[in-house]
Unconditional design. Structure first.
Length: 443
Protein backbone atom coordinates (compact mmCIF):
# COMPACT_ATOMS: atom_id res chain seq x y z
CA UNK A 1 0.00 0.00 0.00
CA UNK A 2 1.41 3.36 -0.96
CA UNK A 3 2.33 5.69 1.89
CA UNK A 4 0.40 8.95 2.30
CA UNK A 5 0.94 11.85 4.73
CA UNK A 6 -2.08 10.55 6.65
CA UNK A 7 -1.19 6.83 6.87
CA UNK A 8 2.13 4.98 6.86
CA UNK A 9 2.81 2.15 4.42
CA UNK A 10 1.67 -0.34 7.06
CA UNK A 11 -1.58 1.56 7.67
CA UNK A 12 -0.66 3.40 10.89
CA UNK A 13 -2.35 6.85 10.98
CA UNK A 14 -0.47 10.07 11.58
CA UNK A 15 -1.07 11.90 14.87
CA UNK A 16 -3.38 14.38 13.16
CA UNK A 17 -5.35 11.62 11.46
CA UNK A 18 -5.53 9.57 14.67
CA UNK A 19 -7.07 12.51 16.51
CA UNK A 20 -9.61 12.90 13.70
CA UNK A 21 -10.43 9.17 13.88
CA UNK A 22 -10.94 9.33 17.65
CA UNK A 23 -13.24 12.34 17.34
CA UNK A 24 -15.42 10.54 14.79
CA UNK A 25 -15.44 7.33 16.85
CA UNK A 26 -16.48 9.17 20.02
CA UNK A 27 -19.45 10.73 18.22
CA UNK A 28 -20.47 7.35 16.82
CA UNK A 29 -20.14 5.58 20.19
CA UNK A 30 -22.40 8.18 21.76
CA UNK A 31 -25.03 7.71 19.07
CA UNK A 32 -24.79 3.90 19.29
CA UNK A 33 -24.59 3.65 23.08
CA UNK A 34 -27.98 1.98 23.45
CA UNK A 35 -27.15 -0.59 20.77
CA UNK A 36 -23.55 -1.53 21.64
CA UNK A 37 -24.51 -4.41 23.94
CA UNK A 38 -27.66 -5.63 22.19
CA UNK A 39 -26.84 -5.63 18.46
CA UNK A 40 -24.58 -8.02 16.57
CA UNK A 41 -21.10 -6.95 15.45
CA UNK A 42 -22.26 -7.08 11.80
CA UNK A 43 -25.16 -4.67 12.40
CA UNK A 44 -22.99 -2.36 14.48
CA UNK A 45 -20.38 -2.28 11.72
CA UNK A 46 -23.11 -1.26 9.25
CA UNK A 47 -24.25 1.53 11.60
CA UNK A 48 -20.67 2.77 11.99
CA UNK A 49 -20.14 2.77 8.24
CA UNK A 50 -23.35 4.74 7.69
CA UNK A 51 -22.42 7.22 10.42
CA UNK A 52 -18.90 7.56 9.05
CA UNK A 53 -20.23 8.31 5.57
CA UNK A 54 -22.55 10.98 6.96
CA UNK A 55 -19.85 12.64 9.09
CA UNK A 56 -17.23 12.65 6.33
CA UNK A 57 -19.49 13.51 3.38
CA UNK A 58 -18.08 17.01 3.02
CA UNK A 59 -14.44 15.96 3.02
CA UNK A 60 -14.90 12.80 0.93
CA UNK A 61 -14.30 14.55 -2.38
CA UNK A 62 -10.76 15.52 -1.45
CA UNK A 63 -9.68 12.14 -0.06
CA UNK A 64 -8.44 9.19 -2.20
CA UNK A 65 -10.65 6.12 -1.88
CA UNK A 66 -7.78 4.01 -0.48
CA UNK A 67 -7.20 6.52 2.34
CA UNK A 68 -10.92 6.76 2.99
CA UNK A 69 -11.12 2.97 3.40
CA UNK A 70 -8.20 3.10 5.84
CA UNK A 71 -10.01 5.81 7.80
CA UNK A 72 -13.21 3.76 7.86
CA UNK A 73 -11.43 0.65 9.17
CA UNK A 74 -9.63 2.69 11.83
CA UNK A 75 -12.94 4.24 12.92
CA UNK A 76 -14.55 0.78 13.14
CA UNK A 77 -11.61 -0.45 15.25
CA UNK A 78 -11.83 2.60 17.51
CA UNK A 79 -15.62 2.45 17.86
CA UNK A 80 -16.26 -1.29 18.20
CA UNK A 81 -12.83 -2.76 18.90
CA UNK A 82 -9.75 -1.91 20.91
CA UNK A 83 -8.43 1.00 18.91
CA UNK A 84 -4.90 0.94 17.46
CA UNK A 85 -4.14 -2.59 18.70
CA UNK A 86 -7.20 -4.15 17.02
CA UNK A 87 -5.24 -5.05 13.82
CA UNK A 88 -2.60 -6.75 15.99
CA UNK A 89 -5.26 -8.76 17.79
CA UNK A 90 -6.65 -9.88 14.42
CA UNK A 91 -3.21 -10.85 13.13
CA UNK A 92 -2.81 -14.62 13.62
CA UNK A 93 0.99 -14.35 13.44
CA UNK A 94 1.04 -12.16 16.59
CA UNK A 95 1.02 -14.15 19.83
CA UNK A 96 1.52 -11.32 22.32
CA UNK A 97 0.87 -7.57 22.35
CA UNK A 98 2.81 -5.40 24.81
CA UNK A 99 1.89 -1.72 25.16
CA UNK A 100 4.71 -0.18 27.21
CA UNK A 101 3.26 3.32 26.89
CA UNK A 102 1.25 5.29 24.37
CA UNK A 103 4.20 5.59 21.95
CA UNK A 104 5.74 2.13 22.30
CA UNK A 105 3.96 -1.08 21.31
CA UNK A 106 5.82 -4.38 20.98
CA UNK A 107 4.57 -7.67 19.53
CA UNK A 108 5.72 -11.27 19.69
CA UNK A 109 5.89 -13.26 16.46
CA UNK A 110 7.36 -16.75 16.24
CA UNK A 111 8.69 -16.49 19.78
CA UNK A 112 10.62 -13.27 19.01
CA UNK A 113 9.75 -9.73 20.16
CA UNK A 114 9.59 -6.80 17.72
CA UNK A 115 8.77 -3.10 18.03
CA UNK A 116 5.66 -2.28 15.97
CA UNK A 117 4.69 0.99 14.30
CA UNK A 118 1.43 1.14 16.24
CA UNK A 119 0.96 4.21 18.45
CA UNK A 120 -1.77 5.56 20.71
CA UNK A 121 -2.61 9.24 20.68
CA UNK A 122 -1.79 9.76 24.36
CA UNK A 123 -2.06 8.13 27.80
CA UNK A 124 -5.79 8.85 28.05
CA UNK A 125 -6.26 6.93 24.81
CA UNK A 126 -4.57 3.87 26.35
CA UNK A 127 -6.73 4.13 29.49
CA UNK A 128 -9.91 4.29 27.40
CA UNK A 129 -8.94 1.04 25.67
CA UNK A 130 -8.19 -0.60 29.05
CA UNK A 131 -11.60 0.45 30.36
CA UNK A 132 -13.25 -0.88 27.21
CA UNK A 133 -11.60 -4.27 27.84
CA UNK A 134 -12.53 -4.59 31.52
CA UNK A 135 -15.99 -2.98 31.56
CA UNK A 136 -17.91 -6.07 30.28
CA UNK A 137 -16.24 -8.13 33.04
CA UNK A 138 -17.43 -5.79 35.79
CA UNK A 139 -13.86 -4.87 36.73
CA UNK A 140 -12.47 -1.42 37.39
CA UNK A 141 -9.11 0.32 37.42
CA UNK A 142 -8.23 3.68 38.99
CA UNK A 143 -5.53 5.36 41.04
CA UNK A 144 -6.72 3.59 44.20
CA UNK A 145 -6.22 0.17 42.56
CA UNK A 146 -4.15 0.67 39.40
CA UNK A 147 -3.79 -3.02 38.48
CA UNK A 148 -6.21 -5.32 36.73
CA UNK A 149 -6.30 -8.81 35.21
CA UNK A 150 -8.92 -9.51 32.57
CA UNK A 151 -9.60 -11.40 29.37
CA UNK A 152 -10.79 -10.57 25.88
CA UNK A 153 -13.97 -12.14 24.46
CA UNK A 154 -11.83 -14.82 22.75
CA UNK A 155 -10.19 -15.78 26.08
CA UNK A 156 -6.91 -13.93 25.53
CA UNK A 157 -5.25 -12.95 28.81
CA UNK A 158 -4.95 -9.24 29.65
CA UNK A 159 -2.98 -7.43 32.33
CA UNK A 160 -3.05 -3.64 32.65
CA UNK A 161 -1.31 -1.15 34.94
CA UNK A 162 -1.91 2.59 35.15
CA UNK A 163 -0.23 5.38 37.13
CA UNK A 164 0.89 5.75 39.85
CA UNK A 165 2.22 2.19 39.58
CA UNK A 166 2.99 2.57 35.86
CA UNK A 167 5.80 5.13 35.93
CA UNK A 168 6.02 5.82 32.17
CA UNK A 169 2.31 5.76 31.45
CA UNK A 170 -0.43 3.11 31.33
CA UNK A 171 0.57 -0.25 29.88
CA UNK A 172 -1.21 -3.34 28.59
CA UNK A 173 0.04 -6.89 28.13
CA UNK A 174 -2.12 -9.27 26.09
CA UNK A 175 -1.29 -12.95 25.75
CA UNK A 176 -3.34 -13.99 22.74
CA UNK A 177 -5.15 -17.28 22.44
CA UNK A 178 -5.13 -19.06 19.13
CA UNK A 179 -8.49 -18.85 17.36
CA UNK A 180 -8.09 -22.57 16.75
CA UNK A 181 -7.73 -24.63 19.90
CA UNK A 182 -4.43 -26.46 19.59
CA UNK A 183 -4.57 -30.25 19.72
CA UNK A 184 -1.88 -32.72 20.68
CA UNK A 185 -1.38 -33.36 16.96
CA UNK A 186 -0.55 -29.67 16.54
CA UNK A 187 2.03 -29.83 19.35
CA UNK A 188 3.62 -32.90 17.76
CA UNK A 189 3.72 -31.10 14.40
CA UNK A 190 5.37 -28.08 16.08
CA UNK A 191 7.90 -30.49 17.64
CA UNK A 192 6.81 -29.34 21.09
CA UNK A 193 6.67 -32.96 22.20
CA UNK A 194 7.13 -36.40 20.68
CA UNK A 195 4.39 -38.94 19.82
CA UNK A 196 5.73 -41.16 22.62
CA UNK A 197 5.35 -38.30 25.12
CA UNK A 198 1.80 -37.67 23.93
CA UNK A 199 0.87 -41.33 24.27
CA UNK A 200 2.37 -41.51 27.76
CA UNK A 201 0.67 -38.29 28.94
CA UNK A 202 -2.70 -39.46 27.65
CA UNK A 203 -2.36 -42.64 29.68
CA UNK A 204 -1.41 -40.62 32.78
CA UNK A 205 -4.37 -38.22 32.52
CA UNK A 206 -6.97 -40.92 31.84
CA UNK A 207 -5.48 -43.02 34.68
CA UNK A 208 -6.12 -40.13 37.09
CA UNK A 209 -2.57 -39.21 38.02
CA UNK A 210 -2.06 -35.81 39.64
CA UNK A 211 0.00 -33.67 37.28
CA UNK A 212 1.78 -30.33 37.65
CA UNK A 213 2.73 -28.47 34.46
CA UNK A 214 5.68 -26.20 35.27
CA UNK A 215 7.56 -23.63 33.23
CA UNK A 216 8.61 -20.02 32.93
CA UNK A 217 6.52 -17.10 31.72
CA UNK A 218 5.40 -17.55 28.11
CA UNK A 219 6.60 -21.15 27.95
CA UNK A 220 3.19 -22.51 26.94
CA UNK A 221 1.95 -23.93 30.25
CA UNK A 222 -1.70 -22.99 29.71
CA UNK A 223 -1.67 -24.35 26.15
CA UNK A 224 -0.27 -27.66 27.38
CA UNK A 225 -2.76 -27.74 30.26
CA UNK A 226 -5.56 -27.27 27.71
CA UNK A 227 -4.25 -30.18 25.67
CA UNK A 228 -3.88 -32.45 28.70
CA UNK A 229 -7.37 -31.60 29.95
CA UNK A 230 -8.68 -32.74 26.57
CA UNK A 231 -7.80 -36.31 27.58
CA UNK A 232 -10.23 -36.25 30.53
CA UNK A 233 -13.19 -38.55 29.76
CA UNK A 234 -16.36 -36.71 28.81
CA UNK A 235 -18.45 -38.28 31.58
CA UNK A 236 -16.39 -36.82 34.44
CA UNK A 237 -17.36 -33.65 36.33
CA UNK A 238 -14.63 -31.01 36.02
CA UNK A 239 -14.25 -27.81 38.04
CA UNK A 240 -11.79 -25.25 36.66
CA UNK A 241 -10.42 -22.43 38.82
CA UNK A 242 -8.59 -19.45 37.32
CA UNK A 243 -7.71 -15.81 37.90
CA UNK A 244 -9.13 -15.01 34.46
CA UNK A 245 -10.98 -17.81 32.69
CA UNK A 246 -8.73 -19.00 29.86
CA UNK A 247 -9.06 -22.77 29.66
CA UNK A 248 -11.02 -24.04 26.67
CA UNK A 249 -12.38 -27.45 27.61
CA UNK A 250 -14.49 -29.36 25.12
CA UNK A 251 -16.19 -31.61 27.70
CA UNK A 252 -19.83 -31.00 28.58
CA UNK A 253 -19.76 -31.45 32.36
CA UNK A 254 -17.57 -28.44 33.24
CA UNK A 255 -18.04 -25.76 35.92
CA UNK A 256 -15.81 -22.71 35.44
CA UNK A 257 -14.89 -20.53 38.42
CA UNK A 258 -13.04 -17.23 38.32
CA UNK A 259 -11.59 -14.99 41.03
CA UNK A 260 -13.24 -11.71 41.93
CA UNK A 261 -11.25 -8.59 42.86
CA UNK A 262 -12.51 -6.29 45.63
CA UNK A 263 -15.19 -3.79 44.69
CA UNK A 264 -13.97 -0.16 44.91
CA UNK A 265 -17.15 0.71 46.80
CA UNK A 266 -16.71 -2.10 49.36
CA UNK A 267 -15.16 -0.57 52.52
CA UNK A 268 -14.03 -4.03 53.65
CA UNK A 269 -12.27 -4.72 50.37
CA UNK A 270 -13.68 -8.24 50.12
CA UNK A 271 -12.42 -10.37 47.26
CA UNK A 272 -12.64 -14.00 46.14
CA UNK A 273 -9.17 -15.49 45.69
CA UNK A 274 -8.00 -18.71 44.07
CA UNK A 275 -7.70 -20.26 47.52
CA UNK A 276 -11.35 -19.49 48.34
CA UNK A 277 -12.44 -21.12 45.09
CA UNK A 278 -10.30 -24.24 45.67
CA UNK A 279 -11.84 -24.70 49.12
CA UNK A 280 -15.35 -24.11 47.74
CA UNK A 281 -14.80 -26.52 44.83
CA UNK A 282 -14.41 -29.41 47.28
CA UNK A 283 -18.12 -28.99 48.10
CA UNK A 284 -19.12 -29.18 44.43
CA UNK A 285 -18.56 -32.92 43.97
CA UNK A 286 -15.71 -32.52 41.48
CA UNK A 287 -14.16 -35.59 39.89
CA UNK A 288 -11.35 -33.43 38.52
CA UNK A 289 -10.07 -30.08 39.75
CA UNK A 290 -8.04 -27.95 37.35
CA UNK A 291 -6.35 -24.87 38.81
CA UNK A 292 -5.06 -22.53 36.12
CA UNK A 293 -2.04 -21.56 38.22
CA UNK A 294 -0.93 -22.06 41.82
CA UNK A 295 0.86 -18.95 43.00
CA UNK A 296 0.05 -18.69 46.71
CA UNK A 297 -1.43 -20.46 49.71
CA UNK A 298 -3.93 -22.29 47.50
CA UNK A 299 -1.11 -24.76 46.78
CA UNK A 300 -1.72 -26.33 50.21
CA UNK A 301 -5.45 -26.70 49.56
CA UNK A 302 -4.71 -28.16 46.12
CA UNK A 303 -2.33 -30.73 47.62
CA UNK A 304 -4.87 -31.66 50.28
CA UNK A 305 -7.55 -32.09 47.61
CA UNK A 306 -5.22 -34.39 45.65
CA UNK A 307 -4.58 -36.35 48.85
CA UNK A 308 -8.25 -36.76 49.76
CA UNK A 309 -9.82 -38.47 46.79
CA UNK A 310 -9.62 -35.90 44.01
CA UNK A 311 -7.15 -37.82 41.85
CA UNK A 312 -6.46 -36.71 38.32
CA UNK A 313 -6.21 -33.05 39.24
CA UNK A 314 -4.11 -30.69 37.14
CA UNK A 315 -2.44 -27.35 37.77
CA UNK A 316 0.43 -25.17 36.55
CA UNK A 317 3.24 -23.48 38.44
CA UNK A 318 6.06 -21.09 37.61
CA UNK A 319 9.36 -22.98 37.86
CA UNK A 320 12.34 -23.57 35.58
CA UNK A 321 13.10 -27.23 36.36
CA UNK A 322 11.28 -30.17 38.00
CA UNK A 323 13.52 -29.78 41.05
CA UNK A 324 12.65 -26.07 41.22
CA UNK A 325 8.97 -27.06 41.05
CA UNK A 326 9.30 -28.96 44.32
CA UNK A 327 11.06 -26.00 45.98
CA UNK A 328 8.42 -23.61 44.62
CA UNK A 329 5.59 -25.80 45.94
CA UNK A 330 7.23 -25.85 49.37
CA UNK A 331 7.38 -22.04 49.36
CA UNK A 332 3.77 -21.69 48.22
CA UNK A 333 2.49 -24.08 50.88
CA UNK A 334 4.27 -22.07 53.57
CA UNK A 335 2.50 -18.96 52.20
CA UNK A 336 -0.77 -20.50 53.41
CA UNK A 337 0.11 -19.10 56.84
CA UNK A 338 0.31 -22.41 58.69
CA UNK A 339 3.48 -23.14 60.64
CA UNK A 340 4.11 -26.55 59.07
CA UNK A 341 7.49 -28.29 59.41
CA UNK A 342 9.23 -28.59 56.05
CA UNK A 343 9.33 -32.40 56.25
CA UNK A 344 5.52 -32.43 56.62
CA UNK A 345 5.21 -30.18 53.57
CA UNK A 346 7.45 -32.51 51.54
CA UNK A 347 5.42 -35.55 52.59
CA UNK A 348 2.27 -33.76 51.40
CA UNK A 349 3.93 -33.00 48.05
CA UNK A 350 5.24 -36.51 47.33
CA UNK A 351 1.96 -38.04 48.44
CA UNK A 352 -0.09 -35.76 46.17
CA UNK A 353 1.96 -35.18 43.00
CA UNK A 354 2.64 -38.07 40.62
CA UNK A 355 4.10 -36.26 37.63
CA UNK A 356 5.79 -32.98 36.73
CA UNK A 357 5.67 -31.94 33.07
CA UNK A 358 8.29 -29.27 32.41
CA UNK A 359 7.64 -26.83 29.57
CA UNK A 360 10.24 -24.32 28.33
CA UNK A 361 10.65 -21.62 25.73
CA UNK A 362 14.05 -22.21 24.14
CA UNK A 363 16.48 -19.56 22.87
CA UNK A 364 15.13 -19.78 19.30
CA UNK A 365 11.62 -18.98 20.55
CA UNK A 366 10.32 -22.54 20.20
CA UNK A 367 8.38 -24.13 23.06
CA UNK A 368 9.04 -27.71 24.07
CA UNK A 369 8.28 -30.23 26.78
CA UNK A 370 11.77 -30.66 28.22
CA UNK A 371 11.05 -33.14 31.03
CA UNK A 372 8.36 -35.57 32.08
CA UNK A 373 9.40 -36.42 35.61
CA UNK A 374 7.97 -38.82 38.17
CA UNK A 375 7.83 -37.80 41.84
CA UNK A 376 8.89 -41.09 43.41
CA UNK A 377 8.97 -40.32 47.13
CA UNK A 378 11.22 -39.20 49.97
CA UNK A 379 14.66 -40.42 50.85
CA UNK A 380 15.55 -38.83 54.16
CA UNK A 381 14.63 -35.16 53.58
CA UNK A 382 15.19 -35.26 49.81
CA UNK A 383 12.37 -35.60 47.29
CA UNK A 384 13.31 -38.29 44.76
CA UNK A 385 12.63 -37.32 41.14
CA UNK A 386 13.10 -39.55 38.10
CA UNK A 387 12.96 -38.36 34.50
CA UNK A 388 10.84 -40.65 32.34
CA UNK A 389 11.23 -38.70 29.08
CA UNK A 390 13.23 -35.56 28.33
CA UNK A 391 14.50 -33.29 25.56
CA UNK A 392 18.22 -33.38 24.92
CA UNK A 393 19.58 -30.07 23.54
CA UNK A 394 22.24 -30.73 20.88
CA UNK A 395 23.12 -27.20 19.81
CA UNK A 396 21.87 -25.01 16.98
CA UNK A 397 21.65 -25.22 13.21
CA UNK A 398 20.49 -22.31 11.05
CA UNK A 399 19.22 -20.51 14.14
CA UNK A 400 17.10 -23.48 15.26
CA UNK A 401 17.69 -25.45 18.44
CA UNK A 402 18.47 -29.06 17.53
CA UNK A 403 17.94 -32.02 19.79
CA UNK A 404 15.98 -35.17 20.45
CA UNK A 405 13.30 -36.41 22.77
CA UNK A 406 14.98 -39.11 24.79
CA UNK A 407 13.54 -41.81 27.07
CA UNK A 408 15.49 -42.38 30.27
CA UNK A 409 15.18 -46.16 30.07
CA UNK A 410 13.28 -46.21 33.39
CA UNK A 411 9.65 -47.28 33.65
CA UNK A 412 7.56 -45.26 36.13
CA UNK A 413 6.50 -46.90 39.37
CA UNK A 414 2.82 -46.21 38.60
CA UNK A 415 2.72 -48.60 35.60
CA UNK A 416 0.25 -50.91 37.45
CA UNK A 417 -2.18 -47.97 37.76
CA UNK A 418 -1.91 -47.32 34.01
CA UNK A 419 -2.62 -51.01 33.29
CA UNK A 420 -5.68 -50.93 35.57
CA UNK A 421 -7.09 -48.24 33.28
CA UNK A 422 -6.39 -50.26 30.14
CA UNK A 423 -3.00 -48.82 29.09
CA UNK A 424 -0.34 -51.41 28.32
CA UNK A 425 2.26 -49.01 26.96
CA UNK A 426 4.82 -50.38 24.47
CA UNK A 427 8.43 -50.77 25.62
CA UNK A 428 9.78 -48.31 23.00
CA UNK A 429 8.30 -45.38 24.93
CA UNK A 430 10.76 -45.98 27.74
CA UNK A 431 13.76 -47.46 25.87
CA UNK A 432 16.45 -45.16 24.42
CA UNK A 433 17.15 -47.04 21.21
CA UNK A 434 16.29 -44.49 18.57
CA UNK A 435 15.01 -40.89 18.66
CA UNK A 436 14.38 -38.19 16.11
CA UNK A 437 16.57 -35.13 15.65
CA UNK A 438 14.11 -32.27 16.09
CA UNK A 439 14.43 -29.96 13.11
CA UNK A 440 17.00 -32.20 11.43
CA UNK A 441 17.36 -35.85 10.41
CA UNK A 442 17.08 -39.16 12.22
CA UNK A 443 20.42 -40.11 13.61
Amino acid sequence: MAESPLFSASGVPSTEMQQHIINIAEKLRQSLESKLESESREKLTTYVEQGFNALTARMAAGIPESVRQQMLQAVIDETLGFGPIEPLLNDDSVTEVMVNNSQQVYVERGGKIFLSEVRFLDDEHVVRVIERIIRPLGRTIDRRWPLVDARLPDGSRVNAVIPPCAVDGPNITIRKFSKKKLSVEDLIRFNSLSPAMAEFLKACVVSRLNIVVSGGTGSGKTTLLNVLSGYIPNDERIVTIEDAAELQLHQEHVVRLETKPPEPTDPQGRSVAIRDLVINSLRMRPERIIVGECRGGEALDMLQAMNTGHDGSLTTIHANTPRDTISRLETLVLMAGLDLPINVVRKQIVSAINLIVQQARLRDGSRKVTNITEVQGLEGETVILQDILSFEDQGEQDGKVMGRFRPSGVRPSFMPQLKQHGFDLPAYIFMDKESSIIGGHRR
